[in-house]
Design a protein around this ligand. Structure first.
Ligand code: TRP
Length: 450
């Protein structure tokens, strides 16, 4: 069916997921990351829960999920990376290829600082295994974290480990990625469930439940609403073409709709479980939540120590975060490597080495910018990169994919890839959501934001 698309084009597109279930797992691995475990609990807390949660859920269902489906449709249809997909279906339109290249640049930017934060989690995991974290107290944990941040060689060391592991996995292609995710996800789920049990057992879950699901307790501001919508994109990994490339590896018989819904459900469930793990401790221990990275790296380890089996809870927390971060890093690196190797017709392994080195050195800007180097600390590259990527590149990337699929593919083609009838209500609703609702909504939101 796709033969005519590929004609006359060098195509070294490699890889296939072994099944639809494998696709769900790798996409869940990509979706679950620091966004679920660190950012969601933190911003939800800051925004007072309740209505913020409601808006986040609506944004997932009516904006993020439809756009996510559009990205998978694009990849499955073209069997190409994001740049190749835009180029092919727009008949080599330069502007669209440029939009694709922008996504790859965003991916490079995000990966460079994401790797540094993943390194922090790895360091705390190693320390936790050795039992060092037990010694942390309320008074000392902040300084301990800050000392680590300002230690340039330690920052680079753990950033190197994170990049190396990710690079080795991605170099092995879809087989390597699948195997790695199948090993890491069960550990991640087990660790999270154990932590949730430990925390709710000690402090109860009623207060958390009311905080999250009492929908009419507060008046939410427009800025909070925007934050909720932006996070819906971030958490489902939308906007830089991850789901385009993951969708391109889908076996033909796999249905996109149920798989995407599964991914969104799993991702949302994990975000809530993360809240049910952290909030009981926060409420129960009467903690001050003042600083975002502080929750994970300074306050939680101290309070975990006080729970039964506390000695082992910190290693669980940090293996959970390390694995969640690495499974997300894999997906970001895969976008970059697959695109560069396909578009420039280079071998995958060599491309991986070159791109890992590039991202690795770019990561120094973040690794040395938290106290190690005076100039870089003043520059605060990490914050700027995060801000630009999350608030500009991701929403723009998301709108582009939605409009492109909405208008460049005929209804017949879209319905065929989705394996649903063109006249079904589901199809019609989805089509209106990606063609009009999502782009107009996101665009208005961005104008308001800037
Ligand atoms: N979704 C991941 C998280 O919640 C982060 C992530 C992975 C991501 N790939 C992405 C964010 C692509 C934006 C774009 O942490």
């Amino acid at each position: 069916m796709q033969a005519h698309l590929l004609m006359g084009q060098q195509n070294n597109h490699q890889g296939n997921w072994s099944s639809g279930f494998a696709f769900i797992l790798v996409s869940v691995g990509s979706a679950i990351g620091l966004g679920n475990l660190w950012k969601f609990p933190y911003i939800t807390y800051e925004n007072g829960g309740g209505e913020f949660v409601l808006i986040y859920l609506l944004a997932i269902v009516f904006i993020a999920l439809p756009v996510m489906i559009a990205a998978i449709v694009l990849g499955k249809r073209t069997k190409l990376n994001i740049v190749g997909s835009y180029r092919k279906l727009s008949n080599n339109n330069r502007w669209w290829s440029g939009v694709g290249v922008m996504a790859i640049l965003a991916a490079t930017l995000i990966l460079s600082f994401y790797s540094v934060i993943s390194g922090w989690a790895l360091k705390y995991f190693f320390e936790g295994m050795q039992g060092t974290l037990v010694l942390l107290t309320k008074e000392s944990s902040g300084a301990y974290f800050q000392d680590f941040l300002s230690d340039g060689s330690a920052q680079i060391l753990y950033h190197s480990i994170a990049m190396l592991v990710t690079g080795l996995i991605v170099a092995m292609g879809t087989k390597g990625i699948e195997t790695a995710i199948k090993c890491m996800l069960p550990v991640l789920f087990a660790a999270l469930i154990i932590l949730m049990f430990a925390s709710t057992h000690q402090y109860g879950s009623e207060q958390t439940f009311n905080f999250l699901f009492d929908f009419d307790q507060n008046q939410i501001s427009i800025n909070s609403a925007i934050e909720a919508v932006g996070h819906a994109f971030f958490t489902l990994s939308i906007g830089i073409g991850i789901l385009v490339i993951y969708g391109s590896y889908l076996p033909d018989n796999v249905k996109i709709l149920p798989s995407s819904i599964m991914v969104a459900l799993a991702d949302t469930a994990i975000a809530f479980i993360a809240c049910f793990t952290m909030y009981p401790i926060i409420f129960g221990a009467d903690m001050e939540v003042s600083n975002s990275s502080g929750i994970l790296f300074t306050t939680l380890p101290v309070h975990l120590n006080e729970l039964p089996f506390g000695r082992w809870l910190s290693p669980f927390l940090f293996i959970l975060i390390s694995f969640a971060a690495i499974t997300s890093m894999i997906s970001i690196l895969e976008v970059i490597v697959s695109c560069v190797s396909e578009e420039l017709n280079l071998p995958r392994k060599k491309t991986t080495v070159v791109m890992v080195l590039l991202v690795y050195f770019m990561g120094f800007l973040s690794a040395l910018g938290n106290g190690a180097n005076h100039f870089l600390t003043n520059l605060s590259f990490m914050d700027k990169a995060d801000f630009i990527a999350s608030n500009l590149f991701l929403p723009l990337g998301g709108i582009s994919i939605a409009c492109f699929v909405g208008f460049y593919l005929s209804n017949k083609e879209k319905a065929a890839v989705l394996q649903v009838s063109e006249n079904s209500l589901t199809f019609k609703v989805w089509n209106v959501l990606i063609k009009y609702f999502a782009p107009i909504f996101i665009f208005t939101m961005m104008i308001y934001f800037f």
